[in-house]
Design a protein around this ligand. Structure first.
Ligand SMILES: Cc1cc2nc3c(=O)[nH]c(=O)nc-3n(C[C@H](O)[C@H](O)[C@H](O)COP(=O)(O)O)c2cc1C
Length: 156
């Protein structure tokens, strides 16, 4: 297993991509985790149901998390503020999509983690701390947690 740092989501941000070459979508994420579940190496991501990417996460058995080593933040900002539902947002960036096993990543990615979905569940409103509730969910639905078993890591 290659080396993964739990805080690299917050530090570097990442792209979460689901779908195949003919039909895929991606969004920026900065929340997530790396760890172990049921003795498998896993990545956990949190996606709001209003994201277009959510539909791809629901329909596909795999998802891909691509890191850029802290570079390309402008591109990640575009992909995290525009929706693929309304426009070809990838064309607004300098990123080049490439096909990999079970999905898509980007030529510029320094680390790509291919994940097979093994669990998903909406966060439970009753269990969310008051500050987080007030900060994130006052008028908005909760995130859905997706846990993926790490199938492959591609590094440059
Ligand atoms: C730095 C950054 C981090 C983000 N992290 C998350 C996240 O962890 N979960 C989430 O649901 N949305 C997150 N977003 C918001 C989505 O990336 C954003 O809503 C995006 O436009 C969704 O695109 P889509 O509709 O094409 O899926 C983040 C945005 C930015 C800029």
């Amino acid at each position: 297993m290659k080396r993964l740092k739990a805080d690299q989501f917050a530090d570097q941000w990442a792209l979460l991509t689901a779908g195949q070459k003919e039909h895929f979508n991606m969004m920026t994420i900065s929340w997530g985790g790396m760890g172990t579940l049921w003795n498998k190496p896993v990545v956990t991501v949190y996606v709001k149901p209003c994201r277009y990417t959510y539909e791809f996460m629901e329909k596909n058995d795999y998802f891909v998390v691509s890191f850029f080593g802290g570079t390309h933040k402008e591109d990640l900002n575009i992909l995290g503020t525009h929706s693929g539902r309304h426009e070809d947002k990838l064309s607004l960036t300098s990123l080049t999509p490439i096909e990999i096993n079970h999905g898509m990543t980007y030529q510029e990615a320094t680390q790509t983690i291919i994940c097979k979905k093994i669990y998903e569940q909406d966060l439970n409103l009753n269990q969310i701390p008051v500050e987080a509730m007030n900060g994130y969910y006052r008028n908005e639905p909760v995130h859905r947690m997706f846990i993926g078993e790490i199938i492959e890591i591609i590094e440059k």
